[in-house]
Design a protein around this ligand. Sequence first.
Ligand code: PHE
Length: 457
Amino acid sequence: MSNNDRGSWSSRFGFVVAAAGSAIGLGNIWKFPYITYENDGGAFVLVYLLCIVAIGIPIMTAEMLIGRKTQKNAVGAFKELGGNKWKIVGGLGVVTGFVLLSYYSVIAGWTLEYFFKSVSGSFNGLSEQEVGNQFGTFVTNPFKQVFWHGLFMSLTVFVIMGGVAKGIERVTKILMPVLLGIFVILLIQSLQTGGAGKALTFLFRPNFSELTFDSVLEAVGHSFFTLSLGMGTIITYGSYMRKGDSLPKSALIVSGLDTCIAMVACMVIYPIIFSFDLVPTKSAGILFTTLPVIFVKMPGGTFFAPLFFALVAFAALTSTISLLEVVVSYFVDEFKWERKKATAGTGFLIFMLGILSALSNGAHQGLSNLNIIGKTSTVGFFNTFDYLVSNWMLPIGGLLIAVFVGWILQSSVKEEEFHDGEQTFFKYNHWNFLLRFVSPVAVAIIIIAVIFGREFQ
Ligand code: PHE
């Protein structure tokens, strides 16, 4: 199969928009605000930013490089550059994508339910307690959980069937600007609530006495998750990139946008919470239990609530399609499956696997199980999958990618790809240094710490 049959982005910006769409997702809007809240802001944010610069950007550039150089899926790319031994890293990525998508799509489905709930005004007049109970009833309703998860997977399959330029690129090019627009409206609205000062202080005043080793670990893990790194997503999207498009520039733009959106998400959510003096007891539920209450009290809330949940759903969709594409491109490239067949088949299997996660919320304690997504708990499929993916599979994948590109791949190949296209202040030597010495060492320390942390618990 020639490269033309695989598809490619139709324009220079196609890649950047699609990669930004992949990066910006539930990780930014749902996960980052709540883990930052749990970790007391300031110092945690600073560590997270450091991780983006020292680990995230170098590994993202490395993934783009592998993809664009080989124009292949994650497995094929590693096989071409590193032989059968390294092919396993790509394989690990495909498996990770499969598992990650299965539970990600469950939460993504929640945003659809909450969109329709807020459109029909079903939060009107409810107290915080009642909204919380409603959430509890919802996550324990097996029919609804499977239904919304199935619907979200179907949407994802539908986009991926359209192919690279006509499916992924077309949809993300429409959704991303809409998303940015909605965010600006919400930001303006939220800054008027009077809690902006408190929110800014919380986010940017570092209090190092609050910083624990665990929060550092969480920041590293999250930098992989939020930038879609460690499982070949960026390799796959990079494989549809054209020669002449700058790798360092694209990596800087994508990570910059992703980081801005995470910060803006906090600046949308925190001022509302602070100005209403609401201290979320279960912080993982901020999005689904606290915000609806606030939207009801807020002027124009009936308009902003659906807008907000639509935004989260869009952001999630541009991420789920990138997860499915990793799996689909593997079957299309390596087994010469027809795209539609590969998409329908793998999409269905992922849906089936996700049912385990969709139902695991109900099998336990309902509302008190809001912590289901908490990294330390490993009860239920949902937790176990997220724990395995976030703490193990993504960091290990990222470490291996850094080692491969940093130490194994020939310098001539690296230099040629890096220098193809516009150059920035982020030079080859900076990148190579970070990739060889900083990223792998930092990640290895984290992995070792996780292993010891577990033993000593
Ligand atoms: N980056 C996405 C988010 O923040 C999640 C994701 C992880 C997508 C890995 C693809 C690959 O929501």
